[in-house]
Design a protein around this ligand. Structure first.
Ligand SMILES: Cc1cc2nc3c(=O)[nH]c(=O)nc-3n(C[C@H](O)[C@H](O)[C@H](O)COP(=O)(O)OP(=O)(O)OC[C@H]3O[C@@H](n4cnc5c(N)ncnc54)[C@H](O)[C@@H]3O)c2cc1C
Length: 224
């Protein structure tokens, strides 16, 4: 697998970009010949001297390498990707990272907030199915890829902070944060927890897991 330095080791052409949800874009690069990765890995992009990491949501053998990106106000990379023309080349290094599905030794619990869902999309598209998945969002329209995820996993729970915006397609909604679900809904047991998102969720979820599910294994991808 690819280089571990931050130095770009290939370039790829932007072939498509679309809006997935308010403030979230999907962008697609043509997959260079011979490029492959393990589901859950990311690429490190370099734009105007700035480096940012993004996790693939596509299957390794797909024709394009796809990403979902939260467009932060004034964010340097997210502004660049929003403005880039189809056909532009992006410099990247990778694949990088070790946030990879470890097998079914214990029941798996995938916990994501926002675009932290990305590695789990790649897992599910690559055949991982024996998992419970919690996706924390502020509004139902942030439940990106739910049509891929809900049919793939054993249990899909949308954890919506403001459940006034409940989606209409019959998915299970939990009115609260992912950490509330772990605290009060998940049965005691030994699990493999996979957490992906921003620092605050990871810190809070880790505290709950340490307190309630002490014998479990914990795998973390921190977006900050
Ligand atoms: C291993 C790894 C994988 C990652 N994979 C993804 C991915 O698949 N998709 C993805 O969207 N991000 C991912 N990230 C985060 C990503 O690398 C950037 O940090 C993020 O997109 C912001 O970059 P920017 O240049 O647009 O904004 P910056 O210029 O870095 O930040 C601008 C402002 O926006 C805030 N901000 C940054 N990110 C967010 C956010 N998500 N929501 C709200 N505010 C934010 C910052 O705190 C800052 O105040 C990943 C990070 C890591 C470390």
């Amino acid at each position: 697998m690819g280089g571990l330095s931050g130095k770009p080791n290939f370039s790829a052409v932007l072939v498509d970009r679309r809006r997935l949800a308010p403030g979230v874009l999907e962008f697609r690069l043509r997959r260079p010949d011979g490029f492959t990765f393990f589901p859950g890995q990311f690429l490190r992009f370099t734009v105007d001297g700035v480096q940012r990491d993004y996790t693939m949501v596509s299957r390794p053998e797909a024709q394009t390498i796809d990403f979902c990106i939260a467009v932060a106000d004034g964010g340097r990379f997210s502004t660049a990707i929003r403005q880039a023309r189809i056909g532009s080349r992006f410099q990247a290094s990778g694949p990088l990272g070790h946030f990879i599905y470890q097998g079914a030794a214990n029941p798996a619990v995938f916990v994501a907030t926002g675009t932290g869902i990305a590695p789990f999309v790649a897992f599910c598209r690559s055949g991982v199915e024996r998992a419970l998945l919690l996706h924390g969002v502020h509004h139902a329209d942030g439940l990106i890829y739910r049509n891929v995820l809900a049919p793939a996993v054993q249990g899909y729970f949308a954890c919506i902070g403001r459940p006034a915006t409940i989606p209409e397609d019959g998915i299970e909604v939990y009115a609260g944060r992912v950490t509330d679900y772990l605290k009060s809904e998940l049965a005691p047991g030994t699990y493999d927890f996979y957490l992906c998102g921003r620092r605050d969720m990871i810190k809070d979820a880790t505290a709950v897991i340490d307190g309630r599910f002490g014998d479990s294994r914990l795998f973390i991808e921190n977006y900050d």
